[in-house]
Design a protein around this ligand. Sequence first.
Ligand SMILES: O=C(CO)[C@H](O)[C@H](O)COP(=O)(O)O
Length: 239
Amino acid sequence: MYILRDPLPLPIQVDMTQRPSIIVAPSLLAADFSRLGEEMASVSQAPWLHLDVMDGHFVPNISFGPPVIAALRAHSKAKFDTHLMIEPADPYLEATAKAGADHITIHIENAPHIHRSLQTIRALGCKPGVAICPGTPPEALSEIMDMVDIILVMTVNPGFGGQKFIESQLSKISKIAGMIRSSGRDIVLGVDGGIDPETAPRVIKAGATMLVAGSSIFGKKDREAAIRALEAVRTEDTA
Ligand SMILES: O=C(CO)[C@H](O)[C@H](O)COP(=O)(O)O
């Protein structure tokens, strides 16, 4: 026989009018590569650091890979939010995890066995994420909603920093936010590309909860202020 010693916990009251706090992830792609350590330190207040791995094949640019991530790992407390824009990605999942990634995001467009790839990422001890390019419909995500912790909507065509935000992605963000609500899962909805204090209120209003920002942070002298400005975005400013 069980004796109930403590009162039953009351259901947690969630204020649905309050928006979730916004995670800002500075993208190191926009940093000065000749001073990566100092550049990373200049954004140390941000909880996540976005690391773009590019191969010159899946995307038309080459950036850095696991050796650079490993070199940076000991100098930052931020969650390393790794975005693999490489094809194939599977052979590099283990090296990316071992280099110190906390999250590994792969692309839905180049993962023929994405179910297995996401399982592998979780088995490696990382949070699995999926990125979706501007030309891919949101429905492509429907079969993996139970497997991902992060969805990253590309609001530019991946490959380069400093591009113009693609407006048509706003409705996709809203649709994916709805899919996340229906899933009942705690999935971070990130946006990546052309995010600045002008576009941020609109993506947040559409449902984004994480902002990857390169140029609008590293392009500023005062990075702390640039991060604060994004964190403090008010969606009413979109009216
Ligand atoms: O993934 C990326 C490009 O493929 C970058 O993270 C993204 O473009 C951020 O740069 P910016 O804020 O300058 O647009």
